[in-house]
Design a protein around this ligand. Sequence first.
Ligand code: EPZ
Length: 420
Amino acid sequence: MARIEIEGGRTLEGTVEVSGAKNAVLPILMASLLTDQPCRLAGVPHLKDVTTTIELLGQMGVEISLGEGFEVGMDASHLSTQIAPYELVKTMRASILVLGPLLARAGEAQVSLPGGCAIGARPVNLHLKGLAAMGAEIDVDSGYIHAKAKRLKGARVVMEGVTVTGTENILMAATLAEGQTIIENAAQEPEVVDLAECLIQMGAKISGHGSTRIVVDGVDALAGYDHRVIPDRIEAGTFLVGAAMTGGRVKLVNVRPDTLDAVVDKLREAGAKISEGPDWIELDMAGKRPKAVNISTAPYPGFPTDMQAQFTALNAVADGTGVVTETVFENRFMHILELQRLGADMQIEGNTVIIRGRDRLTAAPMMATDLRASACLVLAGLVAEGTSVVDRVYHIDRGYENIEEKLGQLGAVIRRLPVS
Ligand code: EPZ
């Protein structure tokens, strides 16, 4: 298993460029299935989930070309199959995002049910309910979703719960449906907005994206797109937390500060001085120890669940007691058990963890369990005295492009160990 070794006690200083947003790239790559025209996406990060998506689309018959700087070209004019097989879907749950586009473009899809994962059961019932409301016939049999629809019909879809990929699946399906679709209680994440902007460039008629009510007037066909993906707000937030934990000063470029308000508010509460420009953000901790902060995760624009683990690491070394509540996923505290191995004083009570900050942590071997948890363990290794090792970092490679190079650029002493 891949492992990363981190030497504690360094301060993060300097400038680093943020990569394109994984959670915008995945749906936008899938959106190429909606058209027989060529599509091009720029600013794509080198991530395991991206290569998995490219593999998935490729085996469906999408012609893929890779340009320099990792631009991806797609041509879905000749789809050979509408199947998303278990072997691929089990490695990346977001494969479910082919369902809406395939139904809209080809009138049928067979997608393996994505299993659960470390952070929760991750059902897709709301995706299926929304597509059924648009006239899709949906069967679930032997672990596969079989969906059919001559032509989807626009409908008013009231989402029982806020779901990012559920909103994205229904949004993509609605672009080619007959008539108008209204998505109530839609997810407002910036990644949903970036997908919608891309679909509009393709000729889709969409309004309200970024609000809880999205209105789509279906069209008969869509053109291709030539789009650059938005920067990754979670990668950006992760580096800002690292700077705050180590008392450093870090400037991030290729950032959308307007997508980080809830995170920046909490970092300011922790004592960080933060300045922002149109596409950059700088955090200066001036050598101070962060103050503990209370967090409660919520759908955007609330505090992002994908930043929860990183802030538990900050609270572990902060001055004071911080209370962190996870309201989005039912099992997203696996990293707490690992942080306790470093000496962190943490008490889990249901979906809340009470963290009494310590002025020192001690290095220890740790095990990553999911993408954002693994980033949190690397951050903890930056401050723990001694040399920590994080195992199973294939999780981290799913969502962070060259994390050890980028942290190394900021002064961290971090290296990937040969696979044992
Ligand atoms: C997206 O996952 C992100 N992934 C996740 O990022 C992120 O944590 C999550 O949104 C929440 O912000 C991608 O965009 C590829 P949800 P998604 O549907 O869409 C329940 C990362 O680290 N739910 O918004 O799968 C669900 O169980 C990943 O990059 C249903 O009950 O999340 C959860 O409790 C991790 N039924 C809640 O809703 C459904 O049909 C929110 O899930 C769908 C969801």
